[in-house]
Design a protein around this ligand. Structure first.
Ligand SMILES: [Zn+2]
Length: 409
C-alpha cells in the first residue's frame, strides 16, 4: 500500500477542472439557468462564471437561449447544455453479441447496431472490435460531427483506471490492454469498464436513482453482478472490483458453483438455473402450463404473471434468495434505493414482494426505513452503461479538460 496523496492535493489544474466540472454539471442538470444563478449555487465569483461559461460556449458544450423573465434591471440570459455537437460511441460486449451505439451528449441514442461475437481470444476479439468500430464510423459518418470518446463495457474484472481487461468470462484474456489499443487506432478518449457497475452509474445519471445519493444495482442474467453508488460516485477499489454478490452463500447444501464454493446465490437465481429447475420439476410431473421446450426465462416470467403455480414458485424462490443478498448489502451500505435488473424483472410484482419479504426479516429496521426497491428502467442490454462512463468523465471534468486541449491545438 502506498500513501494515496491524490485524495488530498488540490493543485491549480485540479481546482480548475473541478470548477468547470461543477458548472457544466449544473447547466446539464438544472438548465435553463442564468450566470447569476450559477454564481449563487456554486459560490464562485461572477468573474469566474463568466470565464468558465465563455470557455464552454467556445467549445460548443453550452448555448445561450432566450432571456429569462427578470424582476427588474437587465434580463438575465439563460444557458442550456448543447448536446448535439459532439458524439460518442458506446460498445457493450456480451457473451454472444457486440452492441455498438452512437450517443450525443444528452444520452440520446442515435444509432444502435448488434453484431454477433464470434472471436473469443484477446487478439482476435480486439481485431474484430476495431474493424466493427471502423465500419460503424464509416457507415454513420453523416451523424458524427465530432467524436470525443469511445467507451466499452463488458462483464468481468475490468480495470478502468489503467484501461486493462484482467478477466472477462467469454474471451480468453491475459492483461488485455484494450484502452491503449483503441486509443492508438482511433486517437480519441477511451473508457472501459465493467458492464454492471456502469449500468449502476447509468441508473444514477439517467434512470431510477437520479434523485438519491446512495444506491445499489443488482443484475441477474448469466451471472449476478452489482454496482454500488455512494454519494453519487461509483464505489471502486484497488482492484476495480467490489461486491461480488453472486458468490454470497445462500444455501449451505446447495450445488457447487464454478467459483469452487457451494450454494452461491448465482447458482440459484441466474436464468439458466431457474430454467433447469423448471425442467426438473416438469420431468417429475409438477402440474404447470410450461413444457420442456418452452422452458425459457421469458416464458417462465410470463406464466408466473398469469398465475401458473410452478412459475410463481420459481420466481418467488429467486426473489427470496436475491433478498438474502440484498439484506446483507443493506446492512453494510444502508442505501436509499436498490434497483433490480435482468430478465426476472418481467415478473416485477412477484419478484419485488419476495425480495421485500426476505429483506424485512434479515436487515436492520432502521436501515430499511427509507429504502425502496425498484426495477431498472433502462434496457439492460443496451450500451447506456458505456455512455455513462463518458458522462462520468464529463461530470468530473477530466474529459472537458482533454477537449479544451484538443480544441486549442
Ligand atoms: Zn460462487
Amino acid at each position: 500500500m502506498t500513501f494515496n496523496y491524490l485524495n488530498l492535493v488540490g493543485n491549480a489544474e485540479l481546482i480548475k477542472q473541478l470548477n468547470y466540472a461543477m458548472i457544466y454539471r449544473l447547466i446539464v442538470q438544472q438548465a435553463p439557468i442564468s450566470r447569476i444563478q450559477l454564481a449563487e449555487i456554486s459560490h464562485l465569483a461572477p468573474a469566474s462564471i463568466t470565464k468558465i461559461t465563455r470557455q464552454l460556449l467556445k467549445n460548443k458544450l453550452i448555448k445561450e437561449v432566450d432571456a429569462q423573465q427578470s424582476t427588474g434591471g437587465r434580463p438575465a440570459v439563460s444557458i442550456v447544455a448543447k448536446f448535439t455537437h459532439y458524439q460518442t460511441i458506446a460498445v457493450q460486449l456480451s457473451r454472444s453479441h457486440v452492441i455498438v451505439e452512437l450517443y450525443d451528449l444528452g444520452a440520446n441514442c442515435l444509432v444502435s447496431k448488434t453484431y454477433p461475437l464470434t472471436d473469443f481470444t484477446e487478439k482476435l476479439a480486439q481485431k474484430y472490435l476495431i474493424t466493427l468500430i471502423e465500419q460503424f464510423i464509416q457507415e454513420y459518418s453523416k451523424k458524427i460531427k465530432e467524436l470525443i470518446a469511445i467507451s466499452v463495457v463488458m462483464p468481468g474484472l475490468v480495470d478502468s483506471v489503467h484501461g486493462i481487461v484482467r478477466y472477462t468470462p467469454h474471451i480468453q484474456v491475459k492483461e488485455w490492454h484494450l484502452a491503449e489499443a483503441l486509443q492508438k487506432q482511433f486517437k480519441t478518449s477511451i473508457f472501459i469498464g465493467n458492464d454492471i457497475q456502469s449500468l449502476a452509474l447509468a441508473e444514477s445519471y439517467f434512470g431510477t436513482t437520479q434523485d438519491v445519493d446512495d444506491s445499489i444495482l443488482i443484475r441477474v442474467h448469466q451471472g449476478v453482478g452489482s454496482g454500488v453508488i455512494v454519494n453519487q460516485q461509483l464505489l471502486t477499489n484497488h482492484n476495480q472490483s467490489a461486491c461480488e454478490v453472486g458468490h454470497i452463500q445462500v444455501d449451505a447444501l446447495g450445488d457447487r458453483c464454478h467459483c469452487g464454493n457451494f450454494g452461491c446465490l448465482e447458482n440459484r437465481v441466474v436464468n439458466r438455473a431457474i430454467e433447469n429447475r423448471a425442467k426438473q420439476m416438469i420431468e417429475q410431473g409438477y402440474p404447470t402450463k410450461l413444457t420442456i421446450e418452452s422452458c425459457n426465462i421469458a416464458n417462465i416470467c410470463q406464466c408466473a404473471n398469469q398465475g401458473d403455480d410452478l412459475a410463481v414458485k420459481l420466481i418467488k424462490d429467486s426473489g427470496e434468495n436475491i433478498g438474502r443478498a440484498v439484506a446483507i448489502m443493506v446492512n453494510i451500505f444502508n442505501p436509499q434505493r436498490i434497483v433490480l435488473a435482468g430478465e426476472l424483472i418481467k415478473s416485477q410484482e412477484i419478484l419485488l414482494r419476495a425480495v421485500n419479504n426476505a429483506l424485512n426479516t434479515q436487515s436492520l429496521e432502521g436501515l430499511r426505513k427509507n429504502l425502496t426497491i425498484t426495477c431498472s428502467t433502462l434496457n439492460d442490454r443496451s450500451a447506456i452503461g458505456a455512455f455513462a462512463l463518458v458522462q462520468q468523465a464529463l461530470f468530473n471534468g477530466s474529459l472537458l479538460m482533454t477537449m479544451f486541449e484538443d480544441n486549442a491545438i
